[in-house]
Design a protein around this ligand. Sequence first.
Ligand SMILES: *Cc1c(COP(=O)(O)O)cnc(C)c1O
Length: 341
Amino acid sequence: MEKKQIDWENLDFGYIRTERRFVTNYKDGAWDAGGLTEDANVVINECAGVLQYSQSCFEGLKAYTTEDGRIVTFRPDLNGQRMEDSCRRLEMPVYPREKFVDAVMQTVKANAAYVPPYGSGATLYIRPFMFASGPVIGVKPADEYQFRVFTTPVGPYFKGGVKPLTIRISDFDRAAPNGTGHIKAGLNYAMSLHAIVDAHKQGFDENMYLDAASHTKVEETGGANFIFITKDQKVVTPRSGSILPSITRRSLMYVAKEYLGLETEEREIYKEELADFAECGLCGTAAVISPVGKIVDHGTEICLPSGMADMGPVTKKLYDTLTGIQMGRIEAPEGWIQEIR
Ligand SMILES: *Cc1c(COP(=O)(O)O)cnc(C)c1O
């Protein structure tokens, strides 16, 4: 298979149309057989549920070329499970996780020429998503849906080196208790756009959202979970019912315990504790971990001891171990790596 002529090292995190995508439609209570198509456009009725009442959810994962030249994905079954959970909460039909994984594998295989080579730092981003395609005007779930998977090559996240982020504690809320914060709904992102545009205007890279009920506990950013390293090297992450359960964060907590022998803890984390941590990182598929150097709480700066020049030492070890597992340099736990054949 001949790779596409793409300047892999200089790709952004953006959309590049690749050759084929997977499409299946839900109608009369059942999913059709589905299959690959070259048509990148979706044609739907003006009254489609997704357009009127935002009934949609999505997933995000990556395909990598390993050191020995295999194409693999990382824990796609967990994305499939999470999409099932999202669908149930949004009254959308479930697309079973086994079929989800198969659709992901088929799509990556069909676009193998776009999977960046090992060592380029680039990856093939995979976007499975589902939306209500049937018309609704009275507020209710639609009768028809489409599930699609497309891929787009994306560049190295830390181009020109790691730069720790400066984030602010936001006065906006991301997710209500008993709301939709724990599922990957498009609507969670629509309403976070104002907060992130405002944060950027004020010179911050990201928003740290607190729990909406009391504004005392750390939740997450718009699209990444937090991990913190204590001064005695414990890895802690916030516990809350309104945080999106990041697969990267769950994998890092496992790596911390089982590969690095560190103590780990998932618990409520109060805003007052932030000044006591040694390191802080944002976890998600896009960057694996982005280190945070500074947290600003309404003018009060909390400077993490790891500083503004590099990742903290524990964050770096976690990052190197997880990316080593993903790229096939370090042996993966059973079932984490799914090879595309
Ligand atoms: C997708 C997402 C994450 C990261 O999850 P991963 O599975 O690690 O990519 C974190 N927070 C939110 C709100 C998200 O939507």
